[in-house]
Structures are given as C-alpha cells and as structure tokens.
Design a protein. Structure first.
Lengths: 322, 260
C-alpha cells in the first residue's frame, strides 16, 4: 500500500535545485501517488522545471522571504496549508540547515514528532517506517510513527539515487505565510561566501580528509596539496574542525557532510564513529594511520600503517612526477 | 544580561554505547557527564554576561535519574544556578517531549534575555530541540551560531551556512544554538569546583512544571522503535606496514581505479 501524498521541502541555490532535493523527490515518488514540492524563494518558476522532471506535480511556494531565516515563515506556511485541509501523509526534508529549522518549528505547530537522520524510508501496511543508522553506522534503528500524520521526516543527503521521472514543469502555486510577529524576527543582513577552489565536498570524485594525526594545523596543507593534485576536495574530521584548523564546511561525519566519493583518503584519522557514518559509503577507502588498531582500518580497502608525515609527502612527490 | 543554557548530561561517549533490548533506546543508566557540545554554550554564555557587565547564567537540564554531575561541571565553570527536571515519567521522551519540558523549565527563569543550546546532543543528535523550544516559547531563533554579540535589545549572530556564514540580527529574547568548537570552554578552577558544590540546583518533577505526564515520556512520544538491525558490515581490505615505499601502493591502487 502506498501513501496518498508526500510534500518534499525543496532547496536550491542560484536557481539550481540541490541534489538532495532530487533524491528526496525520487524516493517520494516510490512511496506516494502524488508528490508536491514546498519551496521558499522568489524564483519558483525557475526551479519548477527541475522539480517537475523529478516527479513533483506542484510547487507550493512562499515566495521570497526577504532575508528572514526560513524556519518560522516556512513552517507557518506549511502548517496553515495543512490546517486548510490540504494535508499530505508525510513531509520530507533534508538534514540540512534549512530542513532542520523548518522541521523543528513545524513539529511544534502541528504537535507532531520529527524523525531525524534517516537513510531510508518504507511503507509497511499503513505505517511509514524510517531507518536511522546509530553507533557509526554499525546498527540500524527502524522507527514508526504512533500518532496521525502528517509525519515529518528528515533524511540524510545521499541516501537515495536521484532519477528523473521525465515529467513536465510543476505547476506553481503560492501558499500564504502567516504573520509570525516577533518570533519571525531573525533576519539575514549580510552573506559571506568562503572561497574554495576545486570541486565541492558533495560532488568530488576524490576526497582527501585529514585528522588529528596530522599533529598541527599547518600540516593540513599536505591534505590540500594532495586533494588539488587528485582534482578532489579536502575534508576533515570533527576533531580538527573543533580545534579550529579548518572551517566547519570541511567536516565529514555525523555532524558534517555525508560523502560517497569514488575514493576517500583518510590521513591521520582514527575512525571515530562520528566520522565513519559520514564516509563509509565511499566506493574505495584508503587509510593512513600510525596506529595499527585504529578503527578506520576495519572499513578501509587499502590501509597503510605508517606516519602521515612521511607517506603524504612521498605520495605528493610521486604524483607530481607523473 | 541573563542567559539560560540548556545542557544535557549524557553517557560518556568514550564508553561504547548500547541499546536496551526491552525499550530499544540508548542505555542511560550509568554515570552521566556534561555533553561536550554544551560546554561551548556555557562558555559563550559566561563571556556574554561578562561583556554585559552584569546578570547571570542559569542551566536547564532534564535527566531521568536525578543526575547532577554534569550540571556541577557547568556550575564549576561559572554558571550561577540550575534547574533539573527529573522524573521517571520522562523516560522515552522524543525530541518534542524533551522540548516541552525544557520550555516549561525555561519559563521559570525570570527575565531571561537569551537561551543558548548546542546544535545537537552527542548521544541523540536529533538537532531539532532548539527550534522546538523556540516554537513552544514563541520566540525568534537563530541556529548554528559561530559568533554571538549583544547590541542593546538585538542579538547579532554569525550563522554557519554551506557556503560560509551569514550575519543575522534577531530581537531579544531569543533562542540561539551554538556550534561546537567556536569558543574555548574554560577548565573549572579548584575554587570553581568548590563553589559549585553549594550552588542551587532546583530539582523539579513533570507535575511541578504543570505538564501532563501523558505529554512526555513513552506516553507522549509520537514514535516507536520497531526493529534494531545490524547494518551490513564493510569488509576490511589489505592493511600493510609502511616500509618506506607504501606510497607506491597507493599510487598503484589509484592507477588501477583509473582516477589519475
């Protein structure tokens, strides 16, 4: 039995729908007869084509939020639409900044629980069952909702493959944003973009990540050099992000990015469960660590028990020489 | 400047976690410690109160078993007092139930200007509680703060984004979630540790908060775990000791994948 209708919280940047949104639309199509997107932004017409191609028949848009953080206005608009009688069975969002903010606010508005950090979704009879990996991805917990819908579910990026359905552009409909008074008072006054060269962590075919085993922050340059030579993206464990060596946007793991590149090179990373859950889906894992007992070796395809300060410079020189 | 910091006391992450086979939830019956993620909010709060030249930091926490050791750690850092909601009825609470309890406890703190939380706990990591608390208190909120500055009745936040960070302005009172690693949490001094022993910890039950027990715990949770399964394991491959030429192995491996 399938669900009748699912809403997917769509996200886009510079007029391009995020890959995670397309993944969620693809999964939603499999679970429900009707899939619609909810989109906060002034350019719904521009994204309606992509959303339609991946299965959304409608885009419900709040229009431009005028710099307001999306949590309050978008949750308010969704709750008003639900209360207006247009309730879907489930609302899916990505485990992203926007997804988490909207889902948290919405759960209060609708007095419904949110299930977070999921990597799979299935319909079992009348119930929606979610799968959340715990303990570094060694155990999966399956959970179902006990109260009525709409069920709110947050899904981790790269949980599903995005496949187009070949549909035409989604029909754009405006949904009203109720006045939230002072509670909607958080407004963005300025945006800062950190310049990064090369592919993003999300899209790179090769990721080179560094951890505490590098010893000190200036040794991270080796990770960046190697990533550049391989046309990949540099990443990091939580330990060195917390230590301030690199920005949070470099972090791979439970609290950072989920990556699934063709090759993942872990340099000086021991393999805390926090980290492994973000990279164990990589096709090939190469690990360099001086501790032969490091957990990272239990999931690596090629493990080098050695000193990153020796192996990385040698590897960089050898690649430069080619 | 009065700041409330929501803190969680969790099983030591250094010990391997385990699920209770009966309740299918994380075992939290051993010794609990202050979640390291919360130490950044405590530090940030102490710095803001110092910068404002007055006010105090109040901790709000929820624990199933009256545990206070994590609260004592934060009190030793410099927080003035704590509210601990502890009740058997809280076992099994979902994120929304947790937020309902914390919001009610926060309402008891007089003249709170700012409520700080971590972005997520290190044991449950749902990451939705800060927004849920703000929603229940009908307050504005800013999540993922890496820097906070108070300017009169406004909080100015540098908020992390995928691309970098946004500058966000928000009227007070507000809820702000703080990312890990953005300040250096102070180590409690000996004097601080001694002083913490006599700082007030107000221990409350669900009934004290005026909440119906059916709204929290197992009774109020809108979710039920139906299965716990072992995830498919990834096979370990070749592990070699570096003899000075291991880099050649890596080059050959990459060559074989045709990614060079």
């Amino acid at each position: 039995m399938a669900l009748s209708k699912i809403w997917v919280l769509a996200e886009a940047s510079d007029g391009k729908v995020t890959t995670t949104t397309l993944e969620l639309l693809t999964k939603a199509r499999e679970l429900a007869g009707t899939v619609e997107a909810v989109y906060a932004g002034g350019d719904a017409d521009a994204v309606a084509g992509q959303l339609g191609e991946y299965g959304a028949t409608k885009v419900l848009t709040t229009g431009d939020l005028g710099g307001a953080l999306p949590g309050v206005p978008v949750a308010g608009a969704i709750a008003a639409a639900v209360e207006g009688g247009d309730a879907p069975d489930a609302i899916l969002a990505a485990t992203s900044y926007t997804g988490r903010d909207v889902a948290g606010r919405l759960s209060v508005k609708l007095d419904r629980t949110v299930l977070t950090n999921n990597v799979d979704l299935e319909v079992d009879g009348d119930s929606l069952v979610t799968t959340e990996p715990v303990f570094g991805g060694t155990t999966n917990v399956k959970t179902t909702f006990t109260a009525g819908g709409p069920h709110i579910v947050l899904i981790r990026p790269k949980s599903f493959a995005a496949e187009p359905a070949g549909g035409g552009a989604a029909a754009v409909e405006t949904i009203a944003v109720p006045d939230a008074g002072k509670s909607g008072g958080a407004v963005v006054t300025n945006r800062h973009v950190e310049e990064r060269e090369g592919p993003s962590l999300d899209d790179a075919a090769i990721v080179v990540a560094g951890g505490r085993g590098l010893g000190e922050s200036d040794k991270y340059a080796m990770v960046e050099d190697l990533a550049k030579l391989l046309k990949g993206a540099p990443g990091a464990s939580r330990a060195i992000v917390d230590a301030g060596w690199v920005p949070y946007s470099y972090q791979v793991g439970q609290t950072g990015k989920v990556v699934k590149p063709t090759v993942y090179i872990a340099a000086g990373i021991s393999g805390a469960t926090q980290h492994m859950v973000g990279m164990k889906g990589s096709k090939n894992i190469i690990a360099i660590n001086k501790d032969a007992e490091a957990p990272i070796f239990s999931i690596s395809d090629l493990g080098i028990v050695g000193d990153v300060h020796k192996v990385l410079p040698q590897l960089i020189e050898a690649l430069k020489a080619r | 400047m009065n700041v409330v910091v929501c803190v969680k006391q969790i099983p030591d992450p250094a010990d391997p976690g385990a699920l209770d086979p009966n309740t299918k939830t994380l075992k939290r019956d051993g010794k609990l410690i202050l979640d390291e993620s919360d130490s950044y909010g405590v530090e940030m709060a102490l710095q803001l109160v110092t910068a404002a030249g007055g006010g105090e930091v109040t901790l709000v926490s929820m624990a199933p078993n009256g545990e206070v050791s994590g609260l004592r750690t934060a009190l030793a850092m410099g927080a003035a007092k704590a509210i601990l909601v502890s009740d058997e009825a809280l076992a099994g609470s979902d994120a929304l139930g947790t937020a309902k309890v914390l919001a009610k406890a926060i309402e008891r703190v007089e003249a709170a200007d700012l409520i700080l939380t971590a972005t997520e706990s290190s044991d449950g990591y749902t990451g939705t509680v800060p927004e849920q608390i703000a929603g229940l208190l009908d307050l504005p909120s800013v999540t993922f703060a890496k820097q906070i500055e108070i300017d009169g009745s406004t909080v100015k936040v540098q908020r992390q984004t995928d691309a970098g960070f946004d500058e966000v302005e928000c009227p007070l009172p507000a809820v702000v979630s703080v990312t890990a690693g953005v300040v250096e949490p102070r180590y409690p001094s000996f004097k601080g540790i001694m002083a913490a022993k006599s700082k007030p910890v107000d221990t409350l039950t669900v009934a004290d908060l005026g909440l119906d027990a059916s709204a929290v715990g197992w009774a109020g949770a809108g979710q039920q775990i139906v299965a716990i399964e072992e995830a498919p394991a990834r096979e370990a491959g070749e592990v070699i000791e570096d003899d000075g030429a291991a880099f050649e192995k890596i080059v050959a491996y990459l060559d074989n994948l045709k990614v060079l």
